[in-house]
Design a protein around this ligand. Structure first.
Ligand code: PGA
Length: 247
């Protein structure tokens, strides 16, 4: 059952990034003080490159925009080169005119994880809620670090990474050795993500094909956390041919 998930299938991964950047640029043009949710990982890197290009060539301004990131490794300081704060600064924030104080990335070195997570949720509410949240998907169907089994109403919290995720993030792309990958993270919950007014999930490559098929056509179940987006009123998956190959 496909639920409400809309599918946009592109020829190539490059096209996925261009299409995703267009969606975000359009929102920022129509809502200059938009509240935007962001993701890290390999998949959105080129989308951020495209957005930085649009900023430079067309003057798209992020000066009124507020951002919230999905997650952060627990135990990593924001200046660690594998922290998601560092990722966001280098991949996007340093290249656009966003106000640094309007960028919200959970602090992986906070003294109290529960207070940090509560403050994050409070800031989302105070900002008026998220207009659009960019998502990736894990090979195991996770969204953010909500691993299989995560409840549909989960909120931002400290979570454990699954073995699949530790393995996927240490295949030379990020950490070179599985022992270096933090075992825990702070992650927006599925309930937190589902409250965004619009969701856009990107997936490219054959490695994501099974997860995409389960998310779109499988049962609505915490066994595949991304399937819990099926009843969202405005959720689009932008996929390349490989990621869509098992649909
Ligand atoms: P990736 O990660 O973009 O690096 O494949 C996505 C995810 O695990 O959510």
């Amino acid at each position: 059952m496909a639920g409400n998930i809309k599918l946009q299938i592109c020829e190539t991964a490059d096209e996925v990034s261009v299409e995703a950047a267009k969606v975000f640029a359009d929102i920022i043009r129509s809502i200059p003080d938009a509240v935007i949710g962001l993701a890290t990982g390999s998949t959105p890197e080129q989308t951020y490159e495209e957005l930085a290009k649009i900023h430079k060539s067309e003057g798209l301004s992020f000066s009124g925009v507020t951002t919230f990131n999905l997650d952060e490794y627990w135990g990593l300081n924001g200046d660690h080169d594998q922290s998601y704060r560092h990722f966001m600064n280098t991949q996007l924030f340093d290249k656009i005119d966003i106000r640094p104080w309007n960028t919200n990335v959970l602090n992986g070195a906070a003294s109290s994880p529960s207070l940090e997570c509560e403050a994050f949720e409070t800031r989302i509410l105070a900002s008026g809620g998220i207009d659009i949240w960019l998502l990736g998907i894990g090979g195991n169907g996770h969204i953010a670090f909500n691993e299989p089994g995560s409840p549909v109403d989960s909120r931002t919290r400290l979570v454990s990474l699954s073995e699949d995720t530790i393995e996927a993030n240490s295949d030379g792309r990020f950490f070179s050795d599985p022992a270096e990958v933090p075992r825990c993270a702070l992650s927006a919950g599925i309930g937190t993500i589902r409250e965004a007014r619009k969701l856009v999930l990107l997936a490219t490559g054959l490695k994501k094909a099974d997860a995409i098929a389960a998310a779109v056509e499988g049962p609505f179940s915490p066994d595949c956390p991304s399937s819990l987006l099926q009843d969202h009123p405005d959720c689009t998956f932008i996929l390349d041919q490989d990621a869509a190959s098992k649909l």
